[in-house]
Design a protein around this ligand. Sequence first.
Ligand SMILES: Cc1cc2nc3c(=O)[nH]c(=O)nc-3n(C[C@H](O)[C@H](O)[C@H](O)COP(=O)(O)O)c2cc1C
Length: 330
Amino acid sequence: MKLLSPIFLSGNGTSRSLNCPVLQSPLAGVSDQIFRKFVRRWSPKALLFTEMVNAKSLELGHGAEKVIELSEESGPIGVQLFDHRPDSMIDAAIKAELSGAFLIDINMGCPVKKIARKGGGSALLKEPELAQLIVKQVSKAISIPLTVKIRLGWDETTADPVSFALGLQEAGAQLITVHGRTRKQGFSGNANWEAISKIKKSLDIPIIANGDIKNSRDAIECLKITNADGVMIGRASMGAPWLVGQIDAEINNQKTFIPPDAKMKINLSLEHLKLLISKKGNHGLLIARKHMNWTCRGFQGASTLRQKLVRANSPNEAIKLLEEELIKFN
Ligand SMILES: Cc1cc2nc3c(=O)[nH]c(=O)nc-3n(C[C@H](O)[C@H](O)[C@H](O)COP(=O)(O)O)c2cc1C
């Protein structure tokens, strides 16, 4: 595969370059600071995103923990905001920039009813003028680049993704990520990479293709079909924080990437669990359960270990289970 070029984005005063064509998607409930720390271990240069942040809450001073420690993290981190009120978006974007955001991304794809009903996320796909107004006003208010993440439209009958994306480009968006499904599709069916290719053909700004990329084979196929400037990895990276780094290495023909074996996966789960407990106390175990359940797969005894971990009643019990499992490798 031909090497993809770095992506240059010029904000309203600050230019940024993306030196890795594989991006880690924003994942609510997953892509917190601890998860990003692990993704970063394998992907020093990739653009990672915060979980989506409610702009109105940030404006009112809540939810700041999602953006507050960005300057302590290495590598580029985009802050993703959602809302439909330009003023809240401006205020939150300025706060995120001050906290060290590499860029601001606006969520125009989230299908969750609670968010869309209030006019945010995918509801903006039905309001192209409001979507453009938000992009225009926010991009003027910040000095870092503004990007947008969209779906193909609200539903198949009304979707006009090329016009929608052109409107965002005209309003000042510096890059658009496209999840190749409509809001109505949710996560059903296959992502429509052909539709992403039409957007890529019609726009001048960089386009990132997203949807159903699980490995480097998918990434290469998706890039061939869409001719996109990069790919974004979502669900397949849950429990696999090495995947963005692995896909990047493989599409660049680097033979050096060694995917984690059983021992590394168990060690990773233990580290994740301990970090969550030290940050969140006993509640950390509840959050760690899903990560451990995703990570402890694909090796002998994984299923038994997962069943035991789910039943662990205390952080210490879960730690002991993982430590005992590790002894088997000595
Ligand atoms: C648990 C979960 C949380 C998500 N949270 C966000 C989010 O906060 N912001 C966003 O733009 N998309 C979010 N998405 C959508 C993903 O970023 C991505 O666009 C979608 O999963 C398609 O890509 P994939 O097939 O690689 O998973 C989320 C998806 C999942 C499954």
